[in-house]
Design a protein around this ligand. Structure first.
Ligand SMILES: [Zn+2]
Ligand SMILES: [Zn+2]
Length: 77
């Protein structure tokens, strides 16, 4: 048992706790994405949850290469 946090395995706040394993790197903020975290898999690379939280839907669309169409003409002709 650990002497600092008195747990086995260590609690995540404990200085003796093992570092979480980075699995991927976010293609936008370049932060590590750790084992067990969620991310969005895009053709250009993974996008972490923090970035997804940060982005507006418009930024998200731009990031994924989607574009809004501008409505033109008339439905009633
Ligand atoms: Zn500990
Ligand atoms: Zn990110």
């Amino acid at each position: 048992m650990c002497e600092i946090c008195l747990s086995t395995p260590c609690r995540s706040q404990c200085p003796n706790a093992p570092e979480p394993t980075p699995v991927l790197q976010c293609s936008r903020c370049e932060e590590d994405i750790f084992e067990g975290e969620q991310y969005l898999c895009l053709p250009d690379g993974p996008l972490c949850e923090t970035c997804l939280d940060d982005m507006t839907i418009y930024e998200f669309l731009e990031f994924t290469g989607e574009q809004l169409s501008r409505a033109e003409g008339s439905l009633y002709e």
